[in-house]
Each structure stands twice: as structure tokens, then as C-alpha cells.
Design a binder for this molecule. Structure first.
Ligand code: ZJS
Ligand code: ZN
Length: 348
């Protein structure tokens, strides 16, 4: 499907704000990892969901377990991070916020701090290699692991926010939405916010999270991941919609991810339309470009063809994403300038 993307969408400068590192590993990189670890006996069908296929949410989360087995050393982590950054850059992404959950691998001596340091090192190396992309890092909390791990993760994120020259900018809350409750994680998230970390939280990814979303909105988060079931038409509420709108909290929307994991019925029924029509800031993202066999340019093309957006509207979507990023103001201004230069080249 990748090759079907029209040049306009590839050439369009893009901002990617919702990309899980492990889920973004491409088929080519996975092949390399699988070949390097034959004893694991992993097949490709276990790591990617191909076009037209669908899986339940549970099955999707099983894929991550397999992927984590394949990436269990610092060397693997450095390699995949650099590859993912390169691929986003090749797809025309000029600003990227990668998110990842620090993991311990006792067998190989990988610690959570080394995990974060390795991702930062990969980002630095890409910068030194002059890859044309500005990359930042959101340290992720997996909701499955409960409040203590969340607090530990916040401490790690805070330390690296202070020592990574602006690479660590915030935190993500993710993981299986059917497990755990946000109320237990609220103190950790509050702490993160108080120390200056930005918050990008997965919210209302499944219907049962209505009460949790009300609670998380009191923080408030700086961005919302998915927000699939926030509005009343799908079982959310006007109260949630009002709060999101009042606080102007941007939504990170991942069309293919939602369709492939069956939380949204079809592209036409995606909640992008609801929020876009309200004029609310919506940012198109990939979520897990490797697992869901997509790319950001493809997501822009899909949104354009599904919702009848012309090139000018697509351009505005991409430009608006700059302001939704966690980049410092000066960087946002530079990006705005670059976008203006691109605009005259692209003629849209
Ligand atoms: C499975 C599915 C429906 C994917 C889309 N929706 C998602 N919802 C919540 N957390 C996610 C999603 N995709 C990836 N993640 C998180 O990202 C992790 C993989 O990236 P990483 O190891 O943190 O670098 C997963 O273990 C999970 O914690
Ligand atoms: Zn996600």
C-alpha cells in the first residue's frame, strides 16, 4: 500500500506526535531482528497486521509481547530507534515525538535508565548524521504496571528532562486500556505535570473509560491520544466534549490503527470528522506504523480521500500540528518558517 501514496502526501512536510517506538519498527527491520534471533522461532505474521486485516485489541497487544522479545538489548534498541527515525524522515516527517516504555531485560542487563539513555543516544546520533528531522522523546507509562512503577517512571523522565538538552519533553500514558484505572495513576501524572513534563495521554480508547476520562481531564493533559469514545454519539458525553473544547486539548488521531484494532468500524465513521467539523485541533498520527503497515503520508492521504479534504485543507492540518507539539516556542517558529518555504515549492 505504501507505494500507492501520491507524491503530494510524501512531499508534504509533516509532524508526527503519536508514535510508539516498538510498534513503529518496519517490516525490513523486523526481518533483520528475526533473522538475528532464530531461536525465538518468530514468524512475520506475528509482528505485523497487513492491509485489510483486522485484529481485536487483545490480539494487537499480543503483538507487542512478541516485539519486545525481539528487542532485548541496548544494541537492538539503538538500531531500531535509528531505523524508525530514518524512516519517518524519508516519509517527509520533519518533527517527531517518539514515545516508548522503559523496560528491564535481566538476561541482557538492560535497565530502565539505560533504556532511556539508549533512545536519547540514537536521537543524538541521527542529529549528528544530519538526518533532516527534529526528534523528541516522551517517556511512556504502561497502565498495566500500576502506581508505583508510574511514579518510578516519572522520576526517570524528570531526571532526563533535566539532562538531555531538551530531548525528553514529556510523558505518555498507554498500554491495554481494558487493564487498570487512571485514578491510581493520577498522583504520578500530577507529579509529572508539576515538574514541567508535558502529558500526552491515551484516553477513551475503549467505551468503558468514560469515568476515567473525566478524571484525567482534571489534570488536564496537554494532548489526548485517540479519544475515540469521548463524544455522546458513541457513548461518551457532552460534559467530556465541553471540557476538551474549553481547554482546547489537541487530539492525536490514528485512523488505520483504530480500524485495524476494531475500535472504529470504518474510515468513514472515524471520529476525526466529528472533531474536525467543530474546528477542534486534530493531529493525524500513525500510532504503530510497523504493526499496522502504514505511514504518516498514507494517513494524510486516507483522511483526505475519506473526508474530501483538498490540498489546502491537508496543508492546514499539517501546519496546525506544529502548534500542538511539545517543542519549545523558538523551535515551533522555525518549523513554521520551514513550512512556509515548503508551501511555495509545493504550490498548494
Ligand atoms: C494494540 C493496539 C490496539 C494499538 C493501538 N493502541 C495502543 N493503545 C495503547 N497503548 C499502545 C497502543 N499501541 C502501542 N501501545 C503501547 O506501546 C507499547 C509498545 O511500544 P514501546 O515498547 O513502548 O516502545 C505497547 O506495549 C503499549 O504499551
Ligand atoms: Zn497509541
Amino acid at each position: 500500500m505504501e507505494e500507492e501514496v501520491e507524491p503530494f502526501y510524501r512531499e508534504l512536510p509533516k509532524v508526527e506526535l503519536h508514535a510508539h517506538l516498538t510498534g513503529s519498527v518496519s517490516v525490513a527491520t523486523m526481518k533483520q531482528l528475526i533473522t538475528g534471533k532464530p531461536h525465538l522461532n518468530i514468524k512475520h505474521s506475528m509482528t505485523t497486521i497487513r492491509k485489510g486485516q483486522q485484529r481485536t485489541l487483545d490480539e494487537c497487544f499480543e503483538v507487542f509481547k512478541v516485539l519486545h522479545q525481539l528487542v532485548d538489548t541496548e544494541e537492538d534498541l539503538l538500531m531500531i530507534t535509528k531505523a524508525v527515525i530514518r524512516e519517518f524522515a524519508e516519509d517527509g516527517v520533519r518533527y517527531l515525538e517518539l514515545r516508548s516504555t522503559p523496560r528491564v531485560e535481566t538476561k541482557t542487563g538492560l535497565t530502565k535508565r539505560r533504556y532511556v539513555e539508549t533512545v536519547i543516544e540514537a536521537i543524538r546520533q541521527c542529529k549528528e548524521e544530519d538526518i533532516d528531522i527534529d526528534v523528541r522523546f516522551l517517556v511512556a507509562v504502561d497502565r498495566r504496571n500500576g502506581p508505583e512503577v508510574a511514579l518510578e517512571t516519572v522520576k526517570i523522565a524528570e531526571d532526563y528532562m533535566l539532562s538531555s538538552d531538551g530531548i525528553v519533553v514529556g510523558m505518555d500514558l498507554s498500554g491495554d486500556p481494558t487493564i487498570g484505572h487512571g485514578k491510581d495513576l493520577l498522583p504520578a501524572l500530577q507529579k509529572a505535570r508539576n515538574c514541567g513534563l508535558k502529558l500526552a495521554l491515551h484516553m477513551s480508547e475503549v467505551l468503558s473509560q468514560k469515568e476515567e476520562s473525566e478524571l484525567l481531564l482534571t489534570l488536564p493533559p496537554d494532548r489526548i491520544g485517540h479519544g475515540t469514545f469521548l463524544h455522546p454519539e458513541v457513548g461518551g458525553s457532552m460534559s467530556l466534549v465541553h471540557k476538551v473544547r474549553q481547554q482546547n486539548i489537541p487530539l492525536e488521531l490514528c485512523l488505520t490503527s483504530n480500524i485495524m484494532s476494531k475500535t472504529v468500524e470504518s474510515y468513514e465513521k472515524h471520529h476525526f470528522l466529528y472533531w474536525y467539523q467543530l474546528g477542534h485541533p486534530c493531529v493525524l498520527c500513525t500510532d504503530d506504523k510497523g504493526v499496522f503497515s502504514t505511514s504518516l503520508s498514507q494517513e494524510y492521504q486516507l483522511a483526505a480521500s475519506t473526508f474530501g479534504l483538498d490540498q489546502e485543507a491537508v496543508w492546514m492540518l499539517s501546519q496546525q500540528a506544529i502548534n500542538c507539539s511539545f517543542a519549545p516556542e523558538a523551535v515551533k517558529e522555525q518549523l513554521q518558517q520551514r513550512w512556509a518555504e515548503y508551501k511555495s515549492q509545493l504550490n498548494c
